[in-house]
Design a binder for this molecule. Structure first.
Ligand SMILES: [Zn+2]
Ligand SMILES: [Zn+2]
Length: 253
C-alpha cells in the first residue's frame, strides 16, 4: 500500500545502511521523529536526506524534533550547495509539555517531555485497528459499538535518553510495548544521574508503575561487554523485558 504509515524514530549514524541491509521500505518513510540532537540519535539524518535527493525522491517529508534541527540541516545543505528535490517540513516539538503531533491514517503520534542534558522528547504511537483490519499493526482497549465492530488500539511508547522521571509514567501508561533506554547497571547509578540517563532496574520500575505490557531496553553503555547483565537486572523487577537487538522485528500487540 502506498499510503501506509511509514515512520522512522531517531536516526543515528549508519541508519540508511541498516535500513537497506534489512530490506525495509526506507524509501517510503514519510515521517521522522527525532528525540534529541545528540549525535547518536541524529547524525544519520543528513546522509539519508542526501540519498533521497540523489535518488530522485519527490514525496514530501515531515520531521519532528526539539528546536535546532532545521537550522542544522539547512546550514549543511547551504554549505554543500545541495537543494533537495523534495519538500522537507520541520516541526518543533513543544518543550516541557505533551502534545499531539500528528494523525495520519489510523495512527496518532504524541510527544511527551523526557529529562536529559539537552531538550529531549519521547513519542507515543497509537494505532487504531478495527476488526477485519490489519491485525499485524499494533491492543488493549477493545471498544464494541452498536454494530458489534471491535476497535482496538495498539500503543507503542518510545522513551529515548532520559533520567528517571516519574512524570513520564502518565504519558506511557498502559502501552502494549515500551522501549526505554537503560544505559547503566545499578552499580553505576550515580553516573546515570550525572549524565541524564537511567539504570536497567529503574527502566523496569518505570514499566511496572506504568503497567505496560512489555518492556524493550537498549542504549547500553559500551562499558558493558555483556548486555545480559542489564537484562537480568531489569527482569528481576519486570520479567516481560527484552533487550533491543538490531534487525529484530517487534510486533506491538
Ligand atoms: Zn542523549
Ligand atoms: Zn543517546
Amino acid at each position: 500500500m502506498s499510503d501506509e504509515f511509514v515512520g522512522l524514530v531517531d536516526c543515528g549514524e549508519g541508519t540508511q545502511f541498516r535500513l537497506k541491509a534489512m530490506q525495509l521500505p526506507w524509501g517510503k518513510v514519510r515521517y521522522i521523529f527525532i528525540s534529541h540532537l545528540h549525535g547518536d540519535h541524529v547524525y544519520g539524518l543528513p546522509p539519508l536526506l542526501t540519498t533521497w535527493h540523489l535518488t530522485g525522491r519527490t514525496q514530501p517529508l515531515d520531521i519532528w524534533s526539539p528546536p535546532g534541527l532545521e537550522d542544522m540541516i539547512t546550514r549543511l545543505f547551504e554549505h554543500t550547495r545541495c537543494q533537495p528535490g523534495f519538500t522537507i517540513r520541520f516541526h518543533e516539538v513543544q518543550e516541557g509539555a505533551a502534545s499531539r503531533l500528528l494523525v495520519a491514517r489510523n495512527v496518532t503520534v504524541r510527544s511527551f517531555p523526557l529529562r536529559h542534558r539537552i531538550p529531549c522528547t519521547g513519542f507515543l504511537f497509537e494505532a487504531e485497528v478495527t476488526s477485519g483490519g490489519d491485525r499485524k499493526a499494533f491492543s488493549r482497549i477493545d471498544v464494541t459499538d452498536e454494530h458489534e465492530q471491535v476497535k482496538t488500539i495498539h500503543r507503542y511508547a518510545y522513551c529515548s535518553d532520559t533520567a528517571f522521571d516519574q512524570d513520564i509514567i502518565r504519558h506511557v501508561r498502559g502501552a502494549n510495548l515500551m522501549y526505554h533506554e537503560a544505559t547503566f547497571r545499578e552499580m553505576h547509578r550515580e553516573k546515570a544521574a550525572q549524565t541524564g540517563h537511567i539504570t536497567a532496574l529503574d527502566a523496569a520500575i518505570m514499566a511496572t508503575r506504568a503497567e505496560v505490557g512489555r518492556l524493550l531496553i537498549g542504549h547500553f553503555s559500551a562499558r558493558y561487554p555483556d548486555a545480559g547483565i542489564l537484562l537480568d537486572e531489569a527482569r528481576q523487577q519486570f520479567p516481560a523485558t527484552d533487550g533491543a537487538e538490531e534487525g529484530q522485528i517487534y510486533i506491538v500487540t
